[in-house]
Design a protein around this ligand. Structure first.
Ligand SMILES: [Zn+2]
Length: 208
């Protein structure tokens, strides 16, 4: 559920606004870039991202000691609604949950074995589903150029839209209507002679 006071906005609106912070959108999700690495290596101490695929112990200048590198799941995912498409990043546990894989597994496949992840089942799972997504828009860059990035903080599958529910119901109702008509037709033809059973006294519940 959307927290009280948080308004769902369109992706077009979110992309065009200059303000940073938290946004809520309702969108479909899809991973279009299956050749990304889906993980990075970061220092187990300070969590700083390292531009390497080598997991050997290293001297972290920030931690000022020898530390190890651990993989962290992070990847790009597209959000699509009726107004626009935007690329966001999803990371850590949320990303692992979406892929149903641990960061260690992802690192092993994409970085150690240099293979691409098989995303068929993930995209299949995501297809035709609407999600309520909480995003953080933040900016970074130098004084002459700033960029905005979007990262997913949470997502939840939204209940089916009322339209699809009515579609399903109308399919169920139609055969019922036909049988009702048939029942009515038989009562009208035989009704005149067999009218008496209708006037039988109701079950004597009051006598007890
Ligand atoms: Zn460090």
């Amino acid at each position: 559920m959307t927290p009280v006071g948080q308004q769902v906005i369109s992706i077009a609106e979110m992309s065009s606004t200059a303000s940073m912070g938290l946004f809520y959108v309702e969108a479909e999700m899809a991973i279009s870039d299956e050749f990304q690495e889906f993980c990075v290596l970061e220092c187990s101490g300070c969590k700083q991202k390292k531009r390497t695929k080598d997991r050997k112990a290293f001297e972290c200048p920030k931690c000022n000691r020898k530390t190890t590198l651990v993989p962290r799941c992070i990847f790009q995912i597209d959000l699509i609604d009726g107004t626009a498409t935007t690329i966001t990043s999803i990371s850590a546990e949320l990303g692992e949950k979406l892929l149903s894989m641990t960061a260690e597994d992802i690192f092993d496949i994409t970085c150690a074995k240099r293979q691409s992840l098989s995303l068929n089942h993930v995209n299949q799972m995501l297809s035709n589903k609407l999600f309520q997504i909480q995003l953080r828009k933040s900016s970074w860059g130098s004084s002459n150029s700033t960029h905005a990035t979007l990262s997913i903080l949470s997502y939840m599958e939204k209940e089916h839209t009322p339209q699809s529910t009515t579609d399903r119901n109308s399919k169920k109702i139609r055969p019922l209507e036909i049988s009702e008509v048939e029942v009515m037709a038989t009562t009208t033809t035989t009704g005149s002679s067999n009218a008496t059973p209708k006037f039988e006294p109701p079950t004597p519940a009051k006598k007890v």
